[in-house]
Design a protein around this ligand. Structure first.
Ligand code: NOJ
Ligand code: CA
Length: 706
């Protein structure tokens, strides 16, 4: 079965001018997509699952800046169907083998008025469907064109419950809102707060992908996008009168959406559907709609558990800046050696070496260091050409000493490249920056894009920015550097093709526990939304809830129990996982910290045991190159009893289960550090009930008993 690849092609080449409705079924027959042209020659489709409507008749097409739009006046020039079945191996991920099995319908449309040919490619999988546009004419009226608007519609059959964040063009860092579709607009202002650095830049009318929905007839439906490359990200604006979402692409600085050429394809628009919420989590459709790996030698791409000089700055205990005299400093002009440190600069040699020691002592792979380089004093959130140096350390950061120390201790270093969105400057300096990393043995880079972009008015998820993020990943591969960026484009499965893209933050990450807050239930919705496209750098592992313990001026609180923090290492799979809290806190909770030390980062198999958007997610995963299994349950705001059926374990084998769970008084606000660690023997016949607190959960390590 492995790597079997069958392509059956039944060509139904119809002659140009003959309209033909077509139907496409998934391999198991549950997903049905129909295609048709309207009387005006507009392409349209419907989608159903087990005969229940998922998308009612919806139009497809693209509006162009110049010339006739690609929305109507089409005739069918050909229809081809084929099937595909292949099993492939990702470099890292939730499973060591992924089956990619679909039926395909490719409809060639001709627009006689312009001589253009556009192909619509539809794929039906057992767990949903994808569609994309391909521009294929040889002799049409234009070879290059500008998309003014994409008109991909999703007509939702009922006033479904949606789990959404605002369709902001510059931030993905929002708490999720649960509301009926009809209530999205009235909830928009309340949903668009705390979003964080640039709320004034956009006034969203729609929502962001991935959009999770639950229909009243029990269907779970997820609208997303796959393979977003050389194209802007898609928001979904809601036409309430028609209960229809319409694609709303992130514009460039001049309002255009995408520059295209004949031969190009758009990203896939995806609909994942099931009557069982767990199937949404198990779907591999987004990865399957991306191209196979393009990096030949992937031996240097290695999952990494890391600690870092980070939380101390986020909480305000220390600073990224070297000096507090921010007005005296200008990048490229200031001689830092003449300035005095503020005494609270985090990335000083002694402190970094403390983290390296801690990482080595506890078996971590890497240490991230932020605030090591010149420029932080000048990082005001206004667009600027040059902000940071990517090769000049602050005077109290001894690069030679630190990298030699890390090498001796067998610890990798992760460099931080905050750009403050001065992206052209970053591109100009990228080769030099990566050469510097190679010289000092850094294996990973964390990027950052806070603030407004330069040029002003350019957006974070426009076509040119999508190209920028991709350029960095591609260039990093030349230097054998693994990447994850914050504030960059959301994951759309591109890590299949470029597996040195380990993760992107793209979400309201743990840092918000120290800022304006994270709502309970957040990590029970992220697996249904942001993680559909791939891993995120969520930075879990916060054991100290009371941030005033680190910074007396802070009133912030971590809105989860400690057991919930442990569960996240399993429920939110990522090949890079941080243990974000301070070393001294981990020393205080050494017994619970043991789970973070033990948990795997890369998996042979994942089994989704329980799931309901925003309520709870329970996952069991088998570690790669080990017989250990791990189980995680992240609970939402309502306390609940989770029931685990261990039948996922191999029959006949006994396991020792080390369980880290909420204590009986646990509550994210009142008693977050009330946890219990206990051991039990389990087999595939065992069943276990575990109570989970409000914003609580549990984590289990299962080791075979000989
Ligand atoms: C926001 C990022 O999410 C965070 O991880 C980083 O430390 C700061 N920006 C500074 O770059
Ligand atoms: Ca961020």
């Amino acid at each position: 079965m492995l790597f079997r690849n069958i392509i059956l092609t039944t060509a139904l080449l119809l002659s140009a001018g003959i309209a033909g409705a077509a139907e496409l079924l998934s391999p198991d027959g549950n997903v049905k997509l129909t295609f048709d042209l309207t009387a005006q020659g507009e392409p349209s489709y419907t989608l159903s699952y087990k005969d229940k409507p998922v998308v009612n008749n919806s139009l497809l097409g693209l509006k162009l800046k110049d010339g006739k739009d690609l929305v109507d006046g089409f005739v069918i020039a050909g229809e081809t169907t084929s099937s595909f079945d292949e099993t492939w191996r990702p470099v890292w991920g939730e499973e060591s083998e992924i089956r990619n099995n679909y039926n395909e319908l490719a409809v060639t449309l001709e627009q006689p008025a312009t001589g253009r040919r556009m192909l619509l490619r539809f794929r039906a999988f057992d767990d949903g469907a994808g569609l994309r546009y391909e521009f294929q004419w040889a002799d049409g009226d234009m070879q290059a064109f500008t998309i003014a608007d994409e008109r991909t519609e999703f007509a939702i059959p009922s006033d479904a419950t949606a789990y959404w964040i605002p369709g902001d063009n510059d931030s993905q860092e929002y708490n999720y809102t649960r509301s009926r579709l009809s209530e999205i607009r009235s909830n928009m202002d309340a949903a668009h707060v705390g979003g964080p650095l640039f709320p004034s830049l956009s006034s969203p009318t729609g929502v962001q992908t991935a959009l999770m929905m639950k229909y009243d007839d029990g269907l779970y439906v997820n609208i997303h996008e796959a393979a977003v490359l050389d194209y802007p990200a898609m928001n979904l604006s809601l036409d309430e009168a028609r209960q229809t979402f319409v694609s709303d692409l992130v514009p460039s600085v001049n309002g255009e959406k995408a520059l295209m050429r004949v031969g190009d394809v758009t990203p896939w628009r995806t609909l994942i559907v099931s009557d069982d919420a767990r199937d949404i989590l198990a779907s591999r459709m987004t990865l399957n709609l991306n191209e196979p790996c393009r990096i030949e030698d992937t031996s240097w791409i290695k999952p990494m558990k890391y600690v870092g000089v980070w939380w101390e700055m986020i909480t305000g205990k220390s600073t990224w800046t070297y000096t507090d005299d921010v007005t005296a400093v200008r990048i490229g002009e200031t001689d830092y050696s003449k300035l005095k440190s503020n005494g609270r600069h985090g990335a000083n040699t002694a402190n970094v070496m403390k983290y390296i020691d801690f990482a080595a002592r506890h078996g971590f792979d890497g240490v991230l260091i932020e605030g090591w380089n010149e420029g932080w004093e000048d990082c005001a959130f206004t667009p600027k050409e040059t902000v940071y140096s990517f090769t000049k350390p602050y005077p109290d950061f001894d690069t030679d000493q630190i990298s030699a120390y890390a090498r001796d201790k067998g610890v990798s270093l992760v460099m931080h490249h905050e750009t403050s969105s001065a992206v052209r400057d970053y591109e100009r300096n990228l080769d030099e920056a990566f050469r510097f990393m190679n010289k000092y043995g850094y294996t990973g880079v964390k990027g950052g894009y806070i603030g407004e972009l330069s040029p002003r008015g350019e957006h974070h998820y426009s076509q040119s920015m999508v190209n920028h993020y991709h350029y960095v990943v591609d260039k990093a591969a030349d230097y054998k550097i693994m990447c994850f960026a914050h504030e960059a484009i959301r994951p759309t499965g591109v890590c299949r093709t470029y597996p040195n893209l380990m993760a992107n933050e793209s979400t309201r990450g743990s840092e918000y526990h120290a800022f304006s807050g994270i709502n309970p239930g957040h990590t029970a919705i992220l697996p249904f939304t942001r993680l559909i496209g791939g891993p995120i750098d969520y930075t879990p592992g916060l054991f100290e809830n009371d941030i005033s313990k680190y910074n007396p001026y802070s009133k912030a609180w971590v809105n989860t129990t400690l057991a919930n923090q442990l569960s996240l290492y399993v429920t939110m799979s990522s090949p890079i996982q941080m243990a974000a809290d301070l070393p001294e806190t981990y020393e205080r909770f050494a017994d619970a910290f043991q789970f973070i030390k033990d948990v795997a980062l890369d998996w042979d198999k994942s089994v989704y045991l329980e799931g309901e958007p925003m309520e709870y997610v329970t996952v069991a995963r088998k570690a790669k190159n080990s017989d250990d299994w791990f189980v995680g349950c992240s609970n939402g705001i309502e306390p609940r009893v989770s029931e685990i059926d261990f039948s996922f374990l191999p029959a006949g084998q006994k396991y020792q289960a080390t369980i880290y769970r909420d204590g009986k008084n646990a509550h994210y606000r009142n008693a977050p550090q009330d946890y219990v660690i206990e051991t039990k023997t389990v087999t595939s016949k065992s069943k276990l009930k575990l109570w989970t607190a409000s914003s609580g959960g549990y984590a289990i390590r299962l080791t075979p008993l000989r």
